[in-house]
Design a protein around this ligand. Structure first.
Ligand code: 0PR
Length: 380
């Protein structure tokens, strides 16, 4: 840091310079984030200083968090769910697993060989969980449509399995695991079932096809859903919801000198701004507004996939959500993605099978899809 501060004008110029280096979302098809809704940005700015880590000082913000928990619980089949607004999918995943681990420990289970079972498609945050919580993360194989194979899940269960995970909207393929079957296994074997709907939570309820994936299935114990992905809120905004309050109790540490007695979040200081943003945008859009957004993302996803088919590139799976994955010979996909990058497109490459992945977020419009298809045709 310099001894003396700079003028406001100089800082503004510096910021402009940095801003120009960042990409704008228009040609980004590799991200699950997007521009926050204008209503979210307005609320965020209004509550910049608010800290939910000491919520007694900000009871108005706390009311908004409680209301968001009710709204998201209701969206996911249980308006009486218990939870809090996290920093995103990673924190929610950690906390879901931490809650069941702590409960099992309390019941007398030792950490030795303790395990959870996740699909091979699970987000890389589960690798952090294995490290942080010292539990084994077993990976179940997939069926042909890249959903978790329930037989594989069942065969991995042993007496040290504390939880199983299903993904409602996989990061790479936008696929939805058979949560109903997982729920039956969970009930049958009395095992905690966590549904990672970080991406899908704001999409699946608004699809034309009906998928059972939420608390309306009795075996589902916890769900994560991220307002900073398809919820149009500001970063950081995630949400973890539990069916039963005792799971939250497993996460509590006491905070004797704060305005609250205890805290169950992973972080201490916690953004009230993004809680306000989430509250504002959900109130503003309502289910109708969210559905309009999902409808358009799905229409454009199909447009992309149909256009790719016409130029001879098949999808890995027919799109279930707003993620398109295009199949290339393994030796080709890297070259195609690089050539697209030279034309200022950002797409990503999936792990297995290797494919070009495009996430069609609300910042994408029809014109962009057409330009992308033109470039794709050129490149191949
Ligand atoms: N669960 C699922 C199903 C996810 O897709 C993700 C993130 C997470 C959990 C973790 O969420 P947080 O990143 O909020 O902790 N999925 C995206 C991914 O890893 C996140 C992302 C977003 C990556 C924007 C890049 C980007 O530009 O691909």
């Amino acid at each position: 840091m310099e001894e003396r501060g700079m003028s406001r004008e100089m800082i503004e110029a510096l910021l402009q310079e940095k801003k120009l280096k960042d990409l704008s979302y228009e040609r980004i098809l590799s991200s699950m984030c997007t521009y926050p809704h204008e209503m979210a940005a307005y609320a965020h700015k209004m509550f910049l200083e608010s800290n939910l880590g000491d919520s007694g000082l900000f009871p108005g913000t706390k009311e908004m968090e409680d209301e968001v928990i009710r709204m998201l619980g209701a969206l996911l089949g249980n308006e009486n769910a218990f939870g809090y607004l996290s920093t995103g999918g990673t924190e929610s995943n950690i906390q879901a697993v931490r809650a069941i681990r702590n409960r099992k420990r309390k019941e007398g289970m030792s950490n030795m060989n303790m395990n959870i079972i996740v699909p091979e498609t699970a987000h890389f945050s589960f690798d952090k969980i294995a490290d942080l919580l010292s539990i084994n993360v077993q990976k179940a194989s997939l069926d042909e449509e890249l959903r978790v194979d329930v037989n594989s899940v069942e065969s991995l269960i042993n007496d040290k399995t504390i939880g199983i995970v299903g993904i409602a909207g996989t990061t790479e393929f936008g696929q939805i695991d058979p949560i109903k079957e997982l729920s039956e296994i969970a009930m049958d074997k009395d095992i905690f079932l966590f549904v990672d709907a970080a991406f899908g939570g704001f999409v699946i309820p608004f699809l034309d096809e009906n998928y059972e994936f939420d608390f309306s299935l009795d075996g589902v114990s916890a769900i994560s859903i991220d307002p900073h992905k398809m919820g149009m809120s500001t970063i950081p905004a995630g949400c973890i919801l539990f069916r039963e309050e005792f799971y939250l109790d497993e996460l509590v540490v006491s905070t004797p000198y704060l305005t609250t007695k205890g805290q169950c979040s992973l972080t201490g200081t916690r953004s009230g701004a993004s809680a306000a943003a989430t509250y504002a945008v959900l109130k503003y859009l309502g289910k109708e507004g969210l559905k309009t957004i999902v409808d358009e993302c799905m229409r454009l996803t199909r447009l992309l996939v149909d256009g790719a088919k016409r130029i001879g590139i098949p999808p890995v799976i027919e799109p279930v959500m707003n993620v398109a994955t295009l199949s290339f010979p393994e030796s080709e996909v890297g070259r195609v993605v690089n050539a697209l990058e030279e034309r200022r497109w950002r797409v990503s490459i999936t792990r297995t099978p290797k494919a070009l992945r495009a996430v069609i977020m609300p910042h994408t419009d029809e014109e962009t899809i057409k330009l992308f298809l033109d470039d794709l045709e050129d490149v191949v």
